[in-house]
Design a protein around this ligand. Sequence first.
Ligand code: GLU
Length: 547
Amino acid sequence: MDYKALSELLYPNITTTIEEIEARFPERNLPEGAKVTRFAPSPTGFVHFGSLFPTMVGERLAHQSGGVFYLRIEDTDAKREVEGADIDIINSYASYGIFFDEGISLDGEKGDYGPYRQSKRAEIYQTYAKKLVAEGKAYPCFCTEEELTAIREEQEAIKANPGYYGKWAKYRDCDLETIKEKLDAGMPFVLRFRSEGSIENKIKFTDLIKGAIEITENDIDHVLLKSDGIPTYHFAHAVDDHLMKTTHVVRGEEWLPSLPFHVQLFRALGFKIPKYLHISQLMKMEGGSKKKLSKRDLGAGLSFYVAEGYPAKSVKEYVMTLLNSNFEEWRNANPKADINDFQFSIKKMSASGSLFDFDKLNDVSKNTIAHMSADEVYDEIVKWAKEFDTELYELFTKDAEYAKRILSIGRGTAKPRKDLCVWKDVKPYVGLFYDELYHKEAEYPEAFDKEDIKQALTMFAEGYDKNDDANEWFAKMKVIADKLGFAPETKLYKKNPDDYKGHVGDISMFVRIALTGKTNSPDMYEVMNILGEERSINRIKNAIKEI
Ligand code: GLU
């Protein structure tokens, strides 16, 4: 067979040479050891939470090594494409502080290795396809859908392995004359890879996360170019990652079964094989067993976290906790450090799947928010509330100083308070400071005499002096306890509970309920300082009337 003639017959319009293309994509001028990674989503309109994993890994590997992290849009499947999805992707990642050095951006493309949208690279793929045909490594296949179905059914009937391979590959050895006739008759064709692999053989491969693996060789003559000349993922992956000089392909482990084919392709094309990191799928526990976190699960989409009000910082912290086994230890030792100061390491990644766990995420988020400054928390809340809670937005922006004083309570200490997990928690938490939101939620415990409660509150209101410091303030609470037959120290009460009606903690609980409407609130001394004397005392007086 004259393969060269076949290549001309199939792609007469491709006149660009491989050399010309290679010259357009020179080696990158980067320091020794710099890694080039990419995020290569298909614009399907759904940004999966799980995609944060490969993205964060790719970003860290590139930026920690002085390399390049770029965004390539894999839009070769027009049927799945959703308008505006690429903008969504860029914005979603930007809100996680993940930026691309190169590729598709909000103001067009940046970088010298474009186009970065696969649909714009048809000529490039076809040039390599033509070369493969000329070398006898690819061939046209004119099978119709019906013919392919017939092959599949026959394979099923005799229990043969499915797929287009070996003797089932009808057009693998078709002669030039027949091909010419079909082309002249205007029959559409796909371009297939001529696989020399056998399922009797295994390929040995080292994945940087999974370690040494052995997988069965590929014997299928997979499609490289569809009938419209647009490549399949596999072919585009090989061509693009070669030309864009990707050093490390970080992608989901669902691509691992395709690896033998990819290795064949890189070899057939004469490309250096990049390093691969296949990231395990995110799992969840369901009914005692592990399951893939699917698109329909709560928390599967990245937008869920935004709407709930998880700070991007918290989500990233959580993902990093799952990605690197030593991250938490580092974080405990460096509670205030920027996450990017952590030395991310491939070696510390686990080869098995991470388990998604809301409790853990919430824990991490509380800790993350607790270590933010009041200003940062304020800015984040306002940004979130603007979109998701207009009432809170208005209260917070009307008097920023007041909001920041509230948010400062218990912050900046060695053991900061952990009241907030998501921004949705803010309103119930700050409600007591705003008359518009304040309402009584808690009741006084039945165990106490109502008269005692009234008396305690009355004495407290009468003795209140806004100039008292926290110690004086609490000393007065003890005096009240003592006068009403409550133990002024919890210790005393614990020793002889029968000698008292309760203890000083109960007195402060009465005040807390009267003042905040809750049994649980931030430090009351501070609460009163923020509310101011008049509002505090009025609340207590109103509470007395209601008992
Ligand atoms: N477009 C592929 C996907 O969205 C990319 C896989 C890869 O990173 O190579 O799954």
